[in-house]
Design a protein around this ligand. Structure first.
Ligand code: PRT
Ligand code: ZN
Length: 297
């Protein structure tokens, strides 16, 4: 196959990850012209194109070299890594992306008094993740029957085709609606950027590096808050001690008020009302918490 000079990223065509993935790429400065069949989107600014596919196909497309990167749930990526043949190109999780969070969990009927994995011995467990479930059971020396289903796993116990399930859980509402409860967590999942373990040694590799740098900036900014406040010099130490994440603040004089200082600090993460109230009690006033738009260290 002739090497391409444009980078391709695969992402979910339509589903939970579509909107946040597009938004993230946009924040990294990537924009796309949507083609009519909506399978392929041509990148306008940078030589980076999009493939819109079913999420389950993404790891395979990277392994085959059809695309260099993919945005996919860790659950799908890890399942592929466990079940793909040895001849398949090994894949890596390049970055966690902070959206599409869920857990892959064992769930049992309400009346099942679950305390430990050994109680699953001899039980039938329905799942769409036979690789991840099989590995988890093996690690714990539990011999259980794995019933592989493509979907609607949660109704298997009611239908009598399984005694327990192993499925994705977010709010837990689906489990409650099916008289099941979460018993054990196999995997904490979120959307990740996946790629081959060794990147192409041409311009596409350089583009991946560039994209990773922008992505790190975007993720850092998304989680940063700029905190501005005024405080008397005497309260400075107490206020600084309460700053979330312990940043080193910048201090500025306040015109006409020599005993007052303006404090500016970049906090890594959300600043809660409770934290603001504590800082105010320590002597601060005129407090502002601002989102950060762009950041280049
Ligand atoms: O068509 P395609 O194959 O691309 O889509 P899909 O239906 O396979 O995927 P989609 O859009 O449902 O999910 C894509 C990814 O989102 C998953 O691989 C996970 O990484 C992530 N994700 C996050 C979830 C959930 N949360 C989630 N709650 N995926 C599925 N669910 C389902 C779960 O299977 C169960 O049926 O929602 C139900 C549980 O939700 P709660 O809130 O009731 O607990
Ligand atoms: Zn899918």
């Amino acid at each position: 196959m002739k090497p391409r000079d444009r980078l391709r990223i695969a992402m979910q065509k339509s589903g939970r990850l579509t909107e946040p993935a597009l938004e993230l790429l946009k924040r990294c400065g990537l924009t796309f012209r949507q083609s009519r069949d909506k399978l392929f989107c041509f990148g306008e600014g940078e030589p980076v194109d999009l493939l819109l596919v079913r999420d389950d196909d993404i790891p395979g497309l990277i392994a085959q070299g059809v695309c260099e990167l993919g945005i996919v749930g860790r659950n799908v990526l890890d399942e592929f890594r466990l079940t793909a043949g040895r001849e398949s190109e090994p894949l890596a999780e390049l970055r966690p992306l902070g959206f599409g969070r869920c857990r892959l969990s064992i769930a049992v009927p309400q009346e099942f008094d679950y305390r430990e994995p050994s109680q699953l011995s001899g039980q039938r467990i329905a799942t769409s993740y036979p690789g991840l479930l099989g590995a988890w059971l093996r690690e714990r020396g539990v011999e259980a029957g794995v019933v592989t289903l493509a979907g609607s796993v949660e109704i298997a116990p009611k239908l009598g085709t399984a005694d327990a399930i192993c499925d994705l859980v977010q709010s837990g509402g689906t489990l409650v609606a099916n008289q099941l409860r979460e018993a054990d967590v196999l995997l904490e999942s979120e959307a990740v950027l996946a790629g081959p373990q060794s990147l192409p040694a041409d311009e596409r590799g350089d583009l991946v590096e560039l994209l990773l740098k922008r992505l790190d900036g975007v993720i850092q900014v998304r989680e940063s808050r700029l905190l501005l406040l005024q405080a008397p010099r005497a309260a400075l130490e107490a206020v600084t001690r309460l700053l979330p994440g312990g940043p080193q603040p910048t201090l500025l004089p306040v015109a006409g008020q020599p005993d007052q200082l303006m404090l500016q600090a970049l906090c890594a993460g959300e600043v809660s009302w409770r934290q603001l109230e504590e800082i105010k009690k320590a002597g601060a006033r005129e407090m502002f918490v601002l989102p950060v738009e762009k950041m280049l260290a």
